[in-house]
Design a protein around this ligand. Structure first.
Ligand SMILES: [Zn+2]
Length: 793
């Protein structure tokens, strides 16, 4: 045989060449897997389309973000908390715009109690206007709130909503008149407990004719505007939205979870009142919302254009519908492609889940028939796959703990800005590293087929549970399970060839694609809207990895352990880069505030609820800075503070006047008038001792009382804040058990420190922002009600 291996060396080289070719092929397949999965994730997290902002000179009947931005500069020039002068200026701007459209706006002045705390109330001034329809059924109501938190100019929250309504009103008035009336409601006091919406629903006669309510309120300012909440029975609403809006963006997952997210808006009282409707917002804002970052500089015009396109299209669309009955069966809905949403009735949730389960069962049956899986193998793989999740949660908790320790001086809870997109990317990469490493270790012991079926078994358990418990979120598990089961079936038919062929990679990745895209998009949405949630991240990555067991086996053969190592390296680099570049600077501020307080004795104090820093230090220089325990602040309650002596400024103390004090049987009724003589924006009443339960009302509106028996003169037992009190004050009625002396304290609060003093101190440097309620001035007065006993006893 003149064999090819005449020379031993050449034969060896050939065998080596074959091994090299196999290794190269494996590496190429592994690279293909990584590239496709990365591309699917990118598709999932890429925001859906928005139209570019329409310029100021656009046609009169279209929504122009350019025109709306001109208005936003006026509306969001300054923070405008309820009762402030800047809120009054914003109100004047709104009224004059509506006047110019001949829409005869009126200002509804009314008192309301907060939806969240029964001990917060205020006088709101809502602006309401109506565009009469040709032949009205019921009215379309558009809502946005014009107040902001005290520290934010509120360009996004909710200046964007306000100018969306104004520009929509202008475009509607310029175009063909809709059939129905369109009511524009600009609420006040939303940030203090949805006060304006509650006052409108309780007292404004127009509230009764509303057929559909559309609320526009955005914590964020750069993402597309998501329809995140509906009234119950939303089938028709969602289908009309999808039909009418140029770029509908919505998810029944968000409807299902929004109750658990810190997204409370004016929409809630409308739902409670049984009004059908939808709520819209750009949700990319947990880091920036309610801070000084929510300003014109950080506001994005394309998000505003999307909000406006949606508002105008829906006003026109619902403006021409019969609005007498919009209730239909609830639907499941989501979109991952611009302009195309999937909508189906809740009645199909369980059949679709059953279909996915059936596809899974077929794949497993075929795999068993081909002896690719065994009962013993599955018995090991099912718990092993769950262990991967447990290990990942543990490792991520440890990493987060170390991370916090390494950058401890950062004020994590207050500086949401730290928790940027890059931070989330680092978290996802690290979680992926841990989970991929764990799966690859398991793949050395267990057969990939057993592990692939086991991972999908957990998907199945989740899909069935979610379909039953949270049907609105079911699509997130049902369709990925169906797709991955089909992919698995295809791979099973290829047999072990699937593990090292392009066909195998293609069929399993195609099956996993719906899951990877849906899960990435949902996780991004949840992290974006709810802020930092490690458990959500780890769970999502684990689920996605479970769809990719066969491709992971391909990646393991090509890259050995290099894939998890690379993921971990990238994750650490990102996290360290985020952590080490975070200093308290203009990009990442420290939140710090100063308060000027005149106490009962007339002594003036500087106080801060934050740590003493370079800026607050200048106020707290005089007199020994000392801890002070019993300082009351509206919104914050009793807070420990650091105090120092302050220069005296003549400020009138608030008045507390006893109008009635009567004891009948063992109950004492005290009626008090509270009045801020200096016209402060908030007046608070504190009761320092209560014997037995206490009930209270303000101007006839019931407040949340106190229902336990306490006798203690040192601590605040009951408190109550009233925002924007009228000049004549408010009347509070307290009923409690007759008995010993009761100590009452009234505190009034105005935004900012006294102007006479502001010039004597340095302004806040870059890198520091006012936090919570911002700087303020508080003046207080106490009143002792003498001991009482029932007459004649
Ligand atoms: Zn808001």
């Amino acid at each position: 045989m003149g064999g090819v291996c005449a020379a031993a060396g050449s034969c060896k080289r050939r065998r080596g060449g074959y091994a090299e070719i196999v290794a190269l092929k494996n590496s190429l397949l592994a690279a293909l897997v990584v590239a496709v999965v990365a591309a699917l994730v990118v598709v999932g997290v890429t925001p859906l389309g928005m139209s570019p902002p329409a310029p100021e000179q656009s046609a009169v009947d279209v929504f122009s973000a350019g025109r709306a931005l001109l208005l936003l500069r006026e509306v969001a020039a300054a923070p405008r908390p309820i009762g402030s002068d800047s809120a009054a200026r914003a109100r004047d701007t709104i009224v004059s715009r509506l006047d110019a459209l001949h829409m005869a706006p009126h200002v509804q002045t009314a008192a309301a109690v907060s939806a969240q705390s029964g001990r917060v109330a205020g006088t709101v001034r809502n602006v309401v206007a109506r565009l009469p329809g040709r032949d009205p059924s019921r009215a379309v109501l558009l809502v946005a709130h014009y107040d902001s938190v005290p520290v934010a100019a509120g360009a996004a929250d909710d200046g964007g909503g306000v100018v969306t309504l104004l520009e929509t009103a202008r475009a509607l008035a310029a175009g063909p008149r809709p059939r129905n009336d369109v009511i524009f409601l600009f609420t006040d006091g939303e940030e203090r407990g949805l006060l304006g919406a509650r006052a409108f629903l309780r007292e404004d006669p127009w509230a009764y004719g509303v057929g559909v309510a559309l609320n526009f309120d955005s914590p964020g300012s750069s993402s597309p505007v998501l329809m995140y909440e509906t009234s119950p029975g939303n089938g028709l609403l969602v289908r009309e939205l999808v039909a009418a809006a140029p770029h509908p963006y919505t998810s029944s997952l968000m409807y299902a979870v929004s109750r658990r997210l810190p997204i409370v808006s004016d929409f809630r009282p409308f739902v409670a009142a049984g009004v059908p409707g939808m709520s819209f917002g750009a949700l990319d804002g947990p880091a920036y919302d309610h801070t000084a970052y929510d300003s014109l500089e950080s506001f994005h015009a394309d998000s505003l254009q999307h909000e406006g396109d949606t508002a105008l299209a829906l006003a026109r669309h619902f403006g021409d519908l019969d609005l007498w009955d919009l209730h239909r069966e609830d639907v499941v809905y989501f979109d991952i492609v611009d302009g195309f949403a999937v909508v189906y009735g809740k009645g199909l949730v369980l059949p679709f889940a059953a279909l996915a389960v059936a596809l899974f069962a077929v794949a497993v049956a075929v795999a068993a028939r081909r002896r690719l899986v065994s009962l013993r193998g599955l018995g090991l793989a099912v718990p092993a796959s769950a262990t991967v999740l447990g290990v990942a949660l543990l490792v991520m908790a440890l990493v987060w703990g170390m991370y916090r320790t390494a950058y401890e001086q950062r004020n994590w809870s207050e500086t949401g800005v730290v928790i940027s997109d890059f931070y989330r990317l680092g978290l996802v990469l690290l979680a992926a590293a841990v989970i991929v490493a764990a799966y690859e270790l398991l793949l050395r012991r267990l057969r990939p087929w057993d592990l692939a079926v086991a991972a999908l078994f957990w998907w199945l358990a989740g899909a069935v549970a979610v379909a039953v418990i949270v049907p609105g979120a079911s699509f997130l598990l049902t369709w990925p399970l169906a797709g991955a089961s089909l992919g698995l079936l295809g791979a099973v038919l290829l047999g072990d060839r699937a593990l090292h062929s392009v066909a195998g990679v293609a069929v399993t990745l195609a099956g996993a694609a719906p899951g990877v895209v849906l899960m990435s998009s949902a996780t991004y949405l949840l992290l974006m809207s709810a802020g930092l949630k490690q458990v959500v991240t780890v769970l999502a990555v684990w689920l996605v990895a479970g769809l990719l067991v066969i491709p992971l086996e391909v990646a393991r053969r090509g890259f050995r352990l290099w894939l998890p190592v690379a993921l971990a390296g990238a994750g650490f680099v990102v996290l360290m880069a985020v952590g080490s570049t975070v200093a308290f600077d203009t990009e990442h501020p420290r939140f710090t505030s100063i308060y000027y307080r005149v106490d009962e004795s007339g002594a003036a104090l500087w106080q801060t609820t934050d740590r003493i820093d370079d800026w607050t230090g200048q106020f707290l220089r005089e007199g020994p800075a000392r801890a002070f325990r019993d300082a009351y602040f509206p919104q914050m309650g009793v807070r420990p503070t650091v105090v120092g002596a302050a220069p005296q400024v003549r400020l009138a103390a608030p008045l507390i006047e006893v109008l009635r004090d009567a004891t009948t049987g063992d109950r004492r009724t005290v009626r008090l008038r509270l009045r801020s003589v200096r016209g402060a924006e908030v007046v608070s009443l504190l009761v320092h001792s209560v014997v037995g339960g206490l009930t209270a009302s303000v101007d006839g509106l019931p407040l949340q009382g106190w229902d336990t028996t306490i006798l203690d003169g040192t601590t605040v037992r009951w408190w109550f804040d009233y925002y924007a009190p009228p000049p004549g004050g408010v009347v509070v009625t307290l009923r409690f058990a007759a008995g010993p002396e009761v100590l009452l304290r009234v505190v009034d609060f105005s935004y900012g420190i006294p102007p006479q003093l502001a010039g004597q101190y340095d302004a806040r440097p870059p890198g520091m922002l006012p936090g919570r309620i911002g700087d303020g001035t508080l003046v207080e007065r106490t009143l002792r009600l003498p001991a009482s006993s029932a007459a004649g006893l």
